[in-house]
Write a protein that binds this ligand. Structure first.
Ligand SMILES: N[C@@H](CCC(=O)N[C@@H](CS)C(=O)NCC(=O)O)C(=O)O
Length: 89
């Protein structure tokens, strides 16, 4: 699983905040919006909408929506009760 994202994109930030609160660490792939990386053919093969964020799952499927119930479920499943306890401190 990995998250295609940029530190400067608000929709990607929303997902990173969710991950941080749950204490989940997954690899990030930096997409440079200033260089129009999101418009590249390679990234278009990941997310046909050519927007970030995109969550690439281990089965090869991609969730291309920051507020996605499916993404929240998949990411929540990585979160342990200990992480939850830390989130509410
Ligand atoms: N509905 C999408 C919108 C994603 C979106 O608009 N992403 C912006 C960054 S926050 C983007 O990729 N912009 C690049 C572009 O428009 O080329 C979501 O919430 O994930």
């Amino acid at each position: 699983m990995r998250l295609h994202q940029s530190p400067f994109a608000p929709n990607a930030r929303r997902v990173r905040m969710f991950l941080a609160e749950k204490g989940i660490e997954i690899p990030f792939n930096f997409i440079d919006l200033a260089k129009l990386d999101q418009k590249s053919e390679a990234y278009g093969a990941v997310n046909a909408f050519q927007l970030i964020p995109a969550l690439e799952l281990d089965d090869g499927s991609v969730i291309a929506e920051s507020i996605s119930p499916r993404a929240l479920r998949r990411l929540s499943s990585l979160s342990s009760p200990r992480n939850w306890a830390r989130a509410f401190k």
